[in-house]
Design a protein around this ligand. Structure first.
Ligand SMILES: [Zn+2]
Length: 412
């Protein structure tokens, strides 16, 4: 851990000093557009996109490098050994920086630190830390806000997932307002179960603030789900996960959330959390306009294969296949893959285009959360741009530009 954090500091120093000559004033970047695979040149000025122009051919005509907006991940629980809800109380600014700079290397230019069900005091401390990190100029605005997943979820085994029962509670607006204040009003999403006592009142109140309501870890009836959507709930969190293994074939939360066009769905496309046929069916039901791909990546994301002790002393294992399992119960314990894995996987199993995959991994999230300055390559938007190859459905990030600054590059 100590070693990781010193690495983070080093990365920060490199990005702070190494990029000082790359303000990208009047800079250009080229690639094959993710929309139609035609060559484009983008001019960057003062951290924003100044122009996007079609060109006859790239400067290197043999290049197979695509260009697209940076990925936006609304659900990052941690990465590189750092957790946003470490019960040992060890989250630090350096840890947040390490996650941010490591995600840049994966093409993720914006992400929502996600705090799962936990103790009130840890929430307060970590939200305050995150609110400070959000304003850190070195992190270039890559954290637009935070996602609170829980603690107002189902206490029932299976639906609760890996959220600790001891911290699950009923919706409490006063408590939430304390957390919202600690976050400096930056909780952009609150995800809860619609069937728990007080949930409907809570959702109604959320319409007064800028938080999007997601439904997560629940066993809501069709009436409860529809009622929540009527009151403004807009996203089914990681559909198909956070659900008990044994459910009623008719009366379960999947159908109502899939059937209602007002609701978008979050989908974990790491190749492990959902079967290919599930992804195909979800994609057909919702279409690329109502899917937000999410990594749900855990603190063990980005770490090598092996066994690790988590913060409460349980042994977790990253398998060679890339799954994180809790061997004692043989269940999944979060995802090990960042969002770039999902882009290739969703294309492979649904046959969707690169344009649709990027829409699901960037544009849709920006629109849902009102982040009007990102998620597309258009003049006036933040210059959050990635260059990458796509071979055998493997997205390989070559260069990442955040707010006009090159923060990662394997190119000359
Ligand atoms: Zn979850």
């Amino acid at each position: 851990m100590k070693h990781l954090i010193s690495t983070a500091v080093l990365i920060l120093l490199i990005s702070a000093f190494g990029c000082s000559d790359q303000k990208d004033y009047g800079n250009f970047v080229e690639g094959l557009s993710y929309l139609d695979k035609r060559p484009v040149r983008i001019e960057i000025e003062d951290g924003k996109i100044k122009s996007v122009v079609s060109i006859k051919r790239l400067s290197d005509p043999g290049s197979n490098i695509y260009i697209s907006p940076g990925l936006i991940d609304n659900q990052v629980n941690g990465f590189m050994g750092v957790s946003f809800v470490d019960t040992r109380d060890e989250l630090t600014h350096e840890g947040i920086s390490l996650i941010t700079t490591s995600l840049w290397e994966k093409g993720v230019t914006s992400y929502f630190p996600t705090l799962t069900t936990n103790d009130h005091q840890i929430y307060l401390k970590n939200l305050a830390l995150l609110a400070a990190a959000k304003e850190d100029p070195v992190l270039l605005g890559s954290i637009p806000g935070f996602h609170l997943e829980g603690p107002y979820i189902s206490p029932v085994d299976g639906f609760r997932g890996a959220h600790p029962l001891i911290h699950v509670r009923k919706p409490d607006w006063e408590e939430f307002m304390e957390l919202y204040e600690a976050s400096k009003e930056n909780i952009l999403q609150i995800s809860l179960a619609p069937e728990v006592e007080g949930a409907m009142d809570f959702i109604r109140k959320c319409s007064d603030i800028k938080s999007v309501v997601g439904l997560a870890h629940h066993n809501g009836t069709t009436e409860e789900i529809t009622g929540a959507i009527d009151l403004g709930a807009r996203l089914a969190i990681h559909l198909g996960n956070g659900l008990a293994n044994t459910i009623n074939r008719h009366r379960n939360p999947l159908w109502a959330q899939l059937a209602d066009d007002r609701m978008s769905i979050g989908m974990i496309c790491d190749g492990i959390h959902l079967l290919p046929e599930q992804i195909r069916v979800f994609y057909r039901a919702k279409g690329p306009e109502r899917i937000i791909m999410t990594s749900d990546v855990s603190a063990l994301g980005g770490m090598p294969v092996g066994k690790y002790l988590n913060d409460i002393g349980d042994t977790l294992e990253i398998t060679p296949e890339g799954a994180i399992i809790y061997p004692a119960q043989q269940v999944l314990a979060g995802s090990a893959q960042d969002l770039s894995t999902g882009v290739g996987h969703v294309m492979e199993v649904t046959g969707c285009s690169l344009a649709e995959a990027i829409r699901m991994a960037s544009t849709n999230a920006a629109r849902l959360y009102g982040l009007d300055d990102r998620g597309e390559l258009k003049p006036g938007m933040r210059a959050d741009i990635i260059l990458f190859t796509m071979e055998d459905f493997n997205m390989d990030i070559k260069k990442t530009i955040v707010a006009g600054e090159t923060v990662y590059s394997t190119l000359d």
